[in-house]
Design a protein around this ligand. Structure first.
Ligand code: PLP
Length: 381
């Protein structure tokens, strides 16, 4: 019989799997499920981006590329980062098949057995898995008492980090809470990172989707340039989840080390997809604004609908998720909601914050309204 590594035994399959399995089973039985569990925009990829990929294929861009990415895409990424106040050169980038791979390479490059990784809960599920696979030990700061905001929890963060902390992960706008951290919060992170010599991952994959306040890029703060790993990708901003394109930007020594993992594992991101990425970065402003406006309208609608049912949801300021308070047993609530109301959501405990269900509003207003109605009719609100 095969024997498996201790390493792979450290992680569980994604906790969202149980819900999506249930949803699939119901759908196979012909049940109409309102699926509010998905982490991808419900819009098509912008047409001009699709055209750019076709053109690249026709032009024969089908071979390997330089491992860290094609120069034209790297230039376009540097311009985007520059517009965010970040000062990276093209030699400070690795273009990856999705932001997930960029994060994976970063964890593998920075974390040794026993190194402390600090997460802010609720945290996207894969940070924990990546930290564990790298051998890291986790410390967590709970933001559920502060409406998912970091600024009022800075004291707690200060108590959690120390000179032993290797890595802190910041994700704003946040999956799953939709919170956008204030500049004061990010400055607090900076002060702690500088004091304790901590490297910070700033996962900015939802930066194009903010409603009331724009997202400040952590690496643009004084003192953070040489200790920030900026992660971003094309999945959410340009509705390109299946294209698998993302990147990490970091000081050159980290790029040199992570680049070894990159070249020995994925070799490079897909050639013609990288060409399409240039079009996405340079010529999608209007489409991105339309998607953002649609998400904004849905957020407002959902907040109002829940208020009509007497439920105050912490109002998300970005991304396309919100956390619905559902009582102590969120797992049971989510299982019941899908079985009885046929509405799929993800339990907050999957993200380290029991007591909530994560709703994705990457669905039409009609379906969202239907989802809320079903939950109400089945007694779940
Ligand atoms: N980071 C966060 C917070 C996410 O929610 C996701 C996707 O769900 C990713 C990173 C990875 O995105 P991708 O690998 O599709 O670029």
């Amino acid at each position: 019989t095969m024997e498996f590594t201790e390493r792979v035994g450290r992680v569980e399959p994604s906790a969202t799997l149980a819900i999506s399995n249930l949803a699939s089973e119901l759908e196979a039985d012909g049940v109409d499920v309102v699926d509010l569990s998905v982490g991808e925009p419900d819009f098509p990829t912008p047409e001009n981006v699709v055209e750019a990929a076709k053109d690249a294929l026709d032009a024969g861009h089908t071979g390997y590329t330089p491992s860290n990415g094609i120069p034209e895409l790297k230039e376009a990424i540097v311009e985007k980062l520059d517009a965010d106040g970040l000062d990276y050169g093209t030699d400070e980038l690795i273009v990856t098949p999705g932001a997930k791979q960029a994060l994976y390479e970063t964890f593998q490059t920075l974390i040794d057995d026993g190194d402390e990784v600090v997460l802010l809960d609720p945290a996207w599920v894969s940070y924990e898995a990546m930290a564990k696979l790298a051998g890291g030990s986790l410390s967590r700061v709970d933001l559920s008492e502060t409406d998912f905001q970091l600024e009022p929890a800075l004291d707690e963060l200060a108590e959690t980090v120390s000179d032993d902390t290797e890595l802190l992960v910041i994700n704003s706008p946040s999956n799953p809470s939709g919170a956008v951290f204030t500049d004061a919060a990010l400055e607090g992170v900076r002060d702690l990172a500088v004091d304790h010599d901590i490297t910070v991952i700033s996962d900015e994959i939802y930066d194009a989707i903010t409603y009331d306040t724009a997202q400040t890029s952590l690496g643009s703060l004084d003192g953070m340039g040489d200790r920030t790993v900026t992660i971003n990708g094309f999945s959410k901003a340009y509705s390109m989840t299946g294209w698998r394109l993302g990147y990490l930007a970091a000081p050159k020594p980290l790029i040199e080390q992570a680049g070894k993992l990159h070249s020995h594992s994925v070799s490079c991101a897909v050639n013609f997809v990288q060409h399409a990425g240039i079009e996405a970065l340079r010529n999608t402003e209007e489409t991105v604004a339309e998607m953002r406006d649609a998400f904004n309208g849905r957020r407002d609608m959902l907040v109002d609908l829940f208020a009509e049912h007497g439920i105050d949801v912490p109002v998300p300021d970005g991304a396309f998720y919100m956390m619905l308070p559902v009582g102590d047993d969120d797992q049971a609530w989510c299982e019941g909601a899908i079985e009885e109301a046929h509405v799929a959501t993800v339990p907050g405990s999957a993200f380290g914050t029991p007591g909530y269900a994560r709703l994705s509003y990457a669905a039409s207003e009609e379906r969202l309204r239907e989802g809320v109605e079903r939950l109400a009719d089945a007694g779940y609100l």
